[in-house]
Design a binder for this molecule. Structure first.
Ligand SMILES: [Ca+2]
Ligand SMILES: [Ca+2]
Length: 515
């Protein structure tokens, strides 16, 4: 196909996406990051992966690529020494201070001509003919040479809280090394926290989960034509029903019912490829044909966005695992990968807490209560329930009440982000007490907030002072103790009153001597 024809078709696709988006309330993505086929911010006010290049340098370390201007997410990548791969950029100060960014990842994956601590070659290659949808625990990695069309270089992604509905959306991008051959790139987003056992030749550790996402990009027709499809992991054979997003289900058996299912999502996904040569961002771009590190050739850059709620998806992603396939078939052998990188789509609420007697002491048997607030830097106030646990003197740690303790009452619903526990008087033993709160999102907050456990060793802890033993020298023996029928608190109060009177008397005496 002539490139002009492809461009026309690509434009028609874009028009279609825009038309569908215009009629969809939860269209995606929101437009917060410009999906326009370019890496740099067009003006410095539009947000994109890299600064505009127009304006003042941002102040990178010596030797780094400092792209002037504003509007960018990433800046200050640096060339590698010798044959080492480049260093990835970090967040720009503006992006680091942007509360709407939930999580981000920029991976400068080594390419075949690099040398790393694993030796020469690409140290992140999926070994042994594994394919999409295989059990993650069956993947292993190796270091080897990778054809340029299958070799990942710069890959990036971020999760972001939409301003309109407070739900997360994903943006992702990548740069190809060559634009003259078919290539097939998968952007995989997993809910499990996937890891590898060791660099160079380890294996993957992780599970597949209902709702996991796989955005499949295929450059066909000699690398000119890019198409995208989105799959979601399903636990049950079609037509379902499927369990809730977040249900762990690894593939089992020779023809497992667990599988990646293509999903229709015209209003929830946008994807673009650059049609002309474009400037690189504030990092090192790598082009195996031109050799340039500052220009990305036409059809070498791709960027996309997904509205998670619109798919729909109500789980919480935690891992970004891009990889390439050796052929167009969905089940073709996997080749290069990057990461797996932490990339969270759900926010952990910011918990604040205060308890009765916080940081001080209360008398034995006192009634105490804990109050918690759940807030966030962006989006709507968390909703759901909070369970309260009180750790006694034998259970507290230096961190407060990180585990264990006794639940006090039933879980309380958050009202405007706040909840208070029932009152408890289970404070008879002397020593230190601390609270823990356990937040659970309700249906409204599913897919937006993570469940969260909170304890604060300062604001959520108090001490029950030991009652001086009856008959303590210098104090009257009241003959009244908890063991003999009085409550510990009343005995303590009486002793405390006597002690206070003695102190006041002593002070009066000292004052009198000064006269
Ligand atoms: Ca862009
Ligand atoms: Ca690579």
């Amino acid at each position: 196909m002539a490139f002009g024809v492809w461009l026309l078709r690509a434009c028609a696709l874009v028009v279609l996406v825009v038309m569908v988006s215009a009629g969809t309330a939860l269209a995606a993505p929101s437009g917060w990051l410009a999906l326009d086929g370019s890496i740099r911010s067009a003006t410095g006010t539009v947000r994109d992966w890299a600064n505009s290049g127009l304006g003042a340098p941002q102040g990178c370390a010596a030797g780094a690529v400092d792209l002037p201007g504003t509007g960018g997410i990433f800046n200050c990548g640096a060339p590698g020494a010798g044959s080492s791969p480049p260093s990835p950029p970090g967040l720009t100060p503006a992006a680091a201070a942007d509360p709407s960014i939930i999580s981000s990842a920029f991976i400068a994956d080594p390419i075949s001509t690099d040398t790393t601590s694993c030796g020469s070659g690409d140290p992140t290659v999926i070994a042994g003919g594994s394919k999409n949808g295989d059990a993650l625990n069956s993947y292993s990695l190796t270091t080897q040479s990778v054809p340029a069309k299958d070799d990942l270089g710069n890959v990036y992604a971020l999760s972001h809280t939409r301003a309109d509905n407070g739900h997360p959306e994903l943006y992702f991008g990548a740069e190809r090394l060559v634009n003259n051959g078919d290539s097939h790139i998968d952007f995989e987003f997993l809910q499990d926290r996937v890891t590898i056992t060791a660099q160079c030749s380890g294996s993957f550790v992780g599970h597949r989960t209902e709702g996991d996402l796989l955005a499949v990009v295929d450059f066909t027709n000699g690398g000119a034509l890019a198409g995208i499809a989105v799959y979601q992991w399903h636990c049950a054979a079609e037509p379902g029903p499927q369990p809730a997003d977040g249900t762990v289900c690894d593939p089992i058996g020779g023809t497992p019912p667990q599988h990646y299912e293509p999903i229709a999502n015209p209003g929830s996904v946008t994807f673009l490829v650059n049609t002309i040569d474009i400037p690189c961002g504030g990092w090192v771009c790598r082009d195996k044909i031109t050799g340039t590190t500052t220009t990305v050739a036409a059809r070498d850059f791709m960027e996309g966005g997904i509205d998670l709620l619109g798919l729909p998806f109500t789980g919480c992603l935690n891992t970004f695992l891009p990889h390439t396939r050796t052929a167009q078939s969905f089940s073709a052998t996997l080749k290069d990968f990057t990461g797996p990188s932490p990339l969270a789509s759900c926010r952990t609420p910011i918990s604040g807490s205060t308890s009765t007697g916080a940081g001080g002491s209360v008398s034995p048997g006192s009634s105490v209560q804990d109050t918690v607030t759940e807030s966030t830097g962006a989006g709507f106030t968390p909703t759901g329930g909070v369970a309260f646990f009180l750790c006694g003197p034998t259970q507290v740690t230096a961190a407060g009440c990180p585990a264990g303790g006794t639940q006090v009452g039933a879980a309380k619903p958050l009202v405007a982000g706040a909840a208070s526990s029932d009152v408890t008087a289970a404070t008879s033993a002397a020593g230190r007490y601390c609270w823990r709160t356990e937040y659970t999102p309700d249906a409204v907050s599913q897919g937006v907030y993570l469940a969260a456990t909170h304890t604060n060793a300062t604001s959520e802890c108090f001490t029950v002072a030991a009652a001086p033993a009856p008959g303590t020298p210098g104090l009257p023996n009241t003959g009244h103790s908890a063991a003999s029928g009085g409550s510990a608190s009343s005995a303590w109060a009486l002793v405390a009153a006597v002690a206070a009177l003695a102190a006041a008397t002593a002070a009066w005496g000292r004052a009198g001597r000064r006269l």
